[in-house]
Design a protein around this ligand. Structure first.
Ligand code: SAH
Length: 264
């Protein structure tokens, strides 16, 4: 009796009921499909990232477990424009807008490794760009201060790092040539744009025994040229002196701002 009453009740508004039910079933399917394709996409990015680390980073001689761990963890595809996401785990630089590029993953790993970061370290980065290198540093050090000369990039990177949950990175827009004296001395400094000279202020802001890495040398030749004369250089501060070690030839976008006056 009860059953028949219920049935009758449910058939008293059949059309609208079916429409609503169909719509909600379709919406649910669409939602699950989107979720599963998103998680499938995440999985394929994850495996591409693991492959990149083992082939292009470990495969080229970087064995430091902490650096490899950070490179495995940070999602490079979230730091590049949508258009370039499918290429995010290729070992190559990619455009990030404003005529700038995110460095090749191997070079990011190499520069990071050479800083020999400890969990309690304070690091200064010149050239925030996308914020990717800053995120890698933030995985390994206590505090990261990063300066970006292009305001729009600084703003986007800061928002992105915040969204990704990094609470130990501070981004500021300005000319990194002067460093960020307030938080000095730094245990390590990384410059991710090419400079023809070693900026003195930055050496001053490095602690005794601290390490600084930078691409030292000229701009690439002419418009659109890809070959420059830059050497990845590691500097160690020893009292009044600095020790310099050339690591390998690299191509970086040039430092702009005050440095241009110094060159003349
Ligand atoms: N580390 C970045 C890549 C940097 S590309 C990343 O992980 O994405 C080099 C960056 O240095 C560019 O964004 C460029 O705008 C910036 N730059 C150039 N000259 C600078 C200066 N004087 N001070 C701060 N940033 C500078």
């Amino acid at each position: 009796m009860l059953r028949s009453v219920m049935l009758r009740a449910s058939t008293s508004y059949p059309f609208m009921y079916r429409v609503v039910r169909m719509t909600s079933v379709m919406a649910f399917c669409l939602f699950s499909l989107t979720c599963s394709s998103q998680s499938g996409e995440e999985d394929s990015y994850r495996s591409a990232r693991q492959h990149m680390v083992s082939q292009d980073i470990q495969g080229r001689g970087i064995e430091d477990a902490r650096v490899l761990g950070a490179m495995r963890k940070v999602k490079r595809h979230l730091f590049v424009p949508d258009l370039y996401r499918p290429m995010a785990y290729a070992d190559r630089p990619l455009p990030i807008g404003e005529g700038q590029t995110i460095s090749q993953p191997y070079i990011v790993a190499l520069m990071t490794y050479q800083l020999h970061l400890q969990p309690g370290d304070t690091v200064l980065e010149i050239g925030t760009g996308s914020g990717y290198q800053a995120a890698i540093l933030a995985e390994l050090a206590k505090e990261v201060y990063s300066i970006e000369v292009i305001e729009k990039l600084a703003h986007t990177a800061q928002e992105r790092l915040q969204r990704l949950g990094y609470t130990n990175v501070w981004v500021r827009s300005g000319d990194g040539f002067y460093g960020w004296a307030e938080h000095a001395p730094y245990d390590a400094i990384i410059i991710t744009c090419a400079t023809p000279i070693i900026p003195e202020r930055l050496v001053e802001q490095l602690r005794e025994g601290g390490r600084m890495i930078l691409p030292l040398g000229d701009k690439p030749f002419g418009q659109g040229a890809t070959v420059g004369h830059q050497s990845l250089t590691l500097i160690t501060k020893k009292g009044e002196k600095i020790e310099q070690q050339r690591l390998e030839d690299v191509v970086f976008v040039p430092m702009t701002g005050e440095i241009d006056k110094e060159k003349k």
